[in-house]
Design a protein around this ligand. Structure first.
Ligand code: FES
Length: 84
């Protein structure tokens, strides 16, 4: 039996959180109680499809804008900016 992986620590909007290894960044954002982005009209948006189709989960990850966070696994020390 494999030992559980240690949690992954990352920062979401300057707040450090820990999540289970293998989580998506979208799941980490939800775990932190946030949503990914704002629409052009200023409405909060959140993941819809969870498989890279709808683009509603976009955020800035490690300085790269418009990343589909449902497709990205978390990594130690990752910096995520939502609503950018
Ligand atoms: S949730 Fe649809 S592209 Fe990420």
């Amino acid at each position: 039996m494999n030992a559980p992986s240690p949690p992954i620590r990352l920062r979401i909007d300057d707040r450090e959180i820990s999540v289970v290894a293998g989580s998506s960044v979208a799941a980490a954002i939800a775990h932190a109680g946030g949503t990914a982005r704002d629409s052009c009209g200023g409405q909060r948006r959140a993941p819809v499809c969870g498989m890279g189709v709808c683009f509603e989960c976009r955020a800035t990850v490690d300085g790269r804008a418009q990343q589909r966070t449902c497709l990205l696994p978390v990594a130690e020390g990752m910096e995520v900016r939502t609503h950018g």
